[in-house]
Ligand binder design. Structure first.
Ligand SMILES: Nc1ncnc2c1ncn2[C@@H]1O[C@H](COP(=O)(O)OP(=O)(O)OP(=O)(O)O)[C@@H](O)[C@H]1O
Length: 331
């Protein structure tokens, strides 16, 4: 048996997934709504009943079944409330007290974690007197104080101001770097998956659709969801291969473009949104299972082409600007 996490979990109708993670690694779990991300986390924690097995640090949590309270899991869950009647320090100390740690020691250890997360001076405050970012830091301290072997983060930055989330991201990255347990982080944010994680697991319909390093998953998405997250156009061919290209390499023209070395599609403009200095044009081409292609054009070109929703256009991309992978003979 080796360390880290080994899990195979089956929750009928909701999840059928196998997962391995090295000690100290951070795994981002991404996928569309309803893909099974929360089910995966709750099944690992033992909150949701699952068939299969879970092994952490060489110890089975499923044979015999280890109860929810005995699993060494730290939770930071979306919308999870702190106990309103307890101070920040007592909130953090709670899990230690429940494990029989004496009051004074629990308070000291809680204070040390609050200090580490930069909210030590707020230890006596109740949650209603904390900002969203401060409360999330207390929640993270509460998850880490019991020294879990599995840290489960479900959208840890959602609902926070951009600036607050950015600061917390840096803080959390620092803690994760020195944490030797396994972290699983559910996120809808491509940047979090790319910057905080060592591995990315893509769930779709309760199954693992793809996994790999963040760089590999971002460069070679195999699901529409990931393609959209990382801002790539990805088309699937009949042989199971994929063709990916960047929106900035797509040319929009009023008539069919010349040149045989271009892939081209006729379509209609489905939407226009600002994207950095460019205009991101969504074109419904019926090219790939109802997925719109994305093209980035300059505002001047957009005006010149008279782009507006419903306009008929051609989109094309040089074959040399595309990358194919995944199918037979491709890589
Ligand atoms: N308590 C439940 N009982 C039965 N089915 C459920 C329950 N909770 C979720 N499901 C179903 O299980 C599937 C996976 O849901 P889950 O909440 O794990 O997805 P998710 O990837 O976390 O989605 P989101 O991004 O929307 O949070 C969905 O089809 C959902 O409808």
């Amino acid at each position: 048996m080796s360390g880290g996490l080994h899990a195979r979990l089956h929750v009928p109708g909701r999840l059928d997934a196998e997962l391995d993670a090295d000690p100290g690694s951070v795994v981002a779990v991404i996928g569309p709504n309803g893909a099974g991300k929360t089910t995966l986390l709750t099944a690992l924690a033992g909150v949701v009943a699952a068939e299969g097995h879970v092994e952490v640090d060489g110890r089975s949590w499923t044979d015999p079944v280890v109860g929810v309270r005995e699993r060494r899991v730290g939770w930071v869950v979306q919308g999870q409330a702190l106990f309103p009647h307890l101070s920040a320090r007592d909130n953090v100390a709670f899990g230690l007290r429940a494990r029989g740690v004496r009051r004074a020691e629990a308070a000291d250890r809680a204070q040390a974690w609050l200090d580490r997360l930069g909210v030590g001076e707020l230890a006596d405050r109740r949650p209603t007197r904390l900002s969203g970012g401060q409360a999330q830091r207390v929640t993270i301290a509460r998850a880490l104080v019991t020294e879990p072997r599995l840290l489960l983060l479900d959208e840890p930055f959602s609902g926070l101001d951009v600036g607050v989330a950015a600061a917390l991201r840096i803080e959390l990255a620092r803690h994760l770097a020195s944490y030797d347990g396994v972290t699983l982080m559910v996120t809808h944010d491509a940047l979090d998956a790319l910057t905080l994680a060592d591995r990315v697991v893509v769930l779709e319909d309760g199954r693992v659709a793809q996994q790999g390093t963040p760089g590999d998953v971002a460069a070679r998405p195999r699901t529409d969801h990931v393609a959209r997250l990382v801002g790539l156009n990805v088309l699937r061919d009949d042989a199971g291969g994929f063709t990916a290209f960047r929106p900035q390499d797509v040319v929009v023209s009023p008539t069919e473009p010349d040149g045989s070395a271009r892939l081209r599609w006729a379509g209609r403009v489905a939407g226009l949104t600002p994207h950095g200095d460019a205009v991101r044009v969504q074109v419904d081409t019926r090219a790939g299972a109802g997925v719109d292609l994305l093209a980035d054009v300059t505002p001047a070109a957009s005006a010149q082409l008279g782009l507006s929703p419903g306009a008929e256009v051609w989109v094309s991309v040089k074959a040399t600007a595309t990358r194919t992978y995944g199918g037979p003979g491709a890589h």
